[in-house]
Design a protein around this ligand. Structure first.
Ligand code: G3I
Length: 402
């Protein structure tokens, strides 16, 4: 074959090859300029206005726009158009929620490509500092407070027109050693907690929508975590912290925040009993945060029911640290399952009036906490390492527009 003939053939083949999206690949949606047909054995299916996807099924080569919307089983079947140009926060607000937000951290703020997304309040209407308001960062030595890191995030929220979640006042982790190893009497430690919560919450008075006043008080079996606070003060320490926080900023919503309370069981029951007791005792408590650090394919089916048990007490609830991890490198099928999982978690919040908002624990795999904690796992966020939206994003959109 002559060289010129080869080029002619190649030129004929390449556009055809580019016109075929792979299984699980994108094949249409607002703003999509790539292939609109799918490889044999898959069918281009409209998932929502932003996203059509090649799902396993009878082969076709027609573009998504001319194809009837298929209705696969499970949560990805929702196909509700969203207005062009909207982001997750805009969609959440249009659906009656207060915000869609993300955690962020100070070290990430020099990444211009990252902040271009973070600062977009159509995408994120709320931010949470992942580390810089914690005890080790704010009161590293007794009575000496440093707010520079927290202030940077608070100022960013203000500049971006985003709500701010304070995280956190009292937690067993990331404590300076003067607290974790302190030999306190009950009276001493009460003063230490009051001073820390009061100074921290006062500093951000008027700037914070909600505070995680108490973080992770329970073990997974529903018993109290044996930390310095419980060991010295027993079950009384949450009330000490909550009262100090209320006095410091009467308008901030005061939360207790935990993980593995999303499914019915001993830990959720322990949290329910704690907030019932606090309410009965007249202790200020406004909400419970469900962290939602999940695993692909293992989102608890009872989540909505649990949320409703808490809102039935007159509390608000929020998804505060959502991410859904998998084994890395993530397979296409895991990412497709992750899309369904994100959709079902967000849908649970959508179905509960008292669920005020959803926060992801950073939006990109580039800065996720997961790989450094769970070896061989990650890919947990709705944007990938390269700040490109994953299928998970479409799952969130589908729920927000349901
Ligand atoms: O600041 C030091 C730095 O000086 C040092 O050079 C570096 C070396 O490892 O460590 C830095 O501290 C790290 C800190 O994040 C700030 O980046 C810690 O090692 C690291 O353990 C810490 O991880 C944080 C983790 O909480 C600690 O438990 C994660 O970033 C943060 O995302 C994570 O957030 C928690 C929530 O607060 C509560 N719920 C669970 C969630 C995930 O673990």
């Amino acid at each position: 074959m002559k060289l010129s003939t080869s080029f002619t053939l190649l030129a004929a083949i390449i556009p055809y090859a580019l016109a075929q999206s792979p299984e699980w690949g994108q094949c249409g949606g607002i703003g999509w300029t790539g292939a609109t047909t799918c490889v044999s054995g898959t069918v281009c299916t409209v998932m929502n206005a932003y996203y059509s996807q090649c799902l396993p099924g009878s082969a076709s080569s027609a573009p998504a726009t001319t194809r009837p919307v298929s209705t696969p089983s499970g949560p990805t079947s929702t196909s509700v158009p969203a207005p062009a140009g909207t982001g997750l926060n805009a969609l959440a607000k249009a659906a009656g929620k207060l915000y869609f937000g993300t955690a962020t951290d100070n070290g990430e703020l020099s990444d211009a490509a990252y902040t271009a997304i973070l600062d977009n309040n159509k995408e994120f209407g709320q931010i949470t500092p992942a580390n810089s308001m914690k005890w080790d960062a704010t009161e590293p030595t007794r009575g000496t407070f440093t707010f520079s890191g927290g202030d940077q995030i608070a100022n960013l929220a203000k500049a971006n027109g985003q709500l701010l979640r304070g995280h956190n006042c009292v937690w067993y982790n990331q404590l300076p050693s003067w607290v974790s190893n302190g030999q306190f009497t009950a009276a001493d430690l009460t003063t230490v907690i009051q001073n820390h919560c009061s100074t921290l919450v006062s500093h951000y008075k008027g700037q914070v929508y909600s505070w995680d006043v108490v973080n992770e008080p329970f073990n997974d079996d529903g018993t109290w975590r044996q930390d310095v606070f419980f060991n010295v003060l027993g079950t009384t320490y949450p009330a000490i912290a909550l009262k100090a926080a209320r006095a410091a900023d009467p308008n901030a919503k005061l939360y207790i925040n935990d993980y593995n309370i999303e499914q019915s069981g001993a830990k959720a029951t322990a949290m329910l009993n704690l907030v019932k007791q606090l309410i009965a005792d007249g202790v200020p408590i406004d909400g419970v945060g469900f962290q939602c650090h999940f695993i692909v394919g293992e989102v608890p089916g009872t989540f909505q029911t649990v949320l409703e048990q808490f809102t039935a007490l007159g509390l608000e609830v929020a998804i505060t640290e959502l991410d859904i991890r998998t084994t890395t490198p993530a397979s296409q099928s895991a990412l497709a399952q992750q899309q369904k999982d994100y959709q079902s978690v967000v849908q649970a919040c959508m179905n509960v009036d008292g669920c005020v908002g959803i926060t992801v624990w950073d939006f990109t795999d580039k800065y996720s906490w997961v790989p450094s904690t769970f070896s061989g796992q990650g890919a947990a966020c709705p944007w990938d390492q390269n700040l490109v939206k994953k299928l998970a994003y479409n799952g969130i959109v589908a729920a927000l527009t349901s």
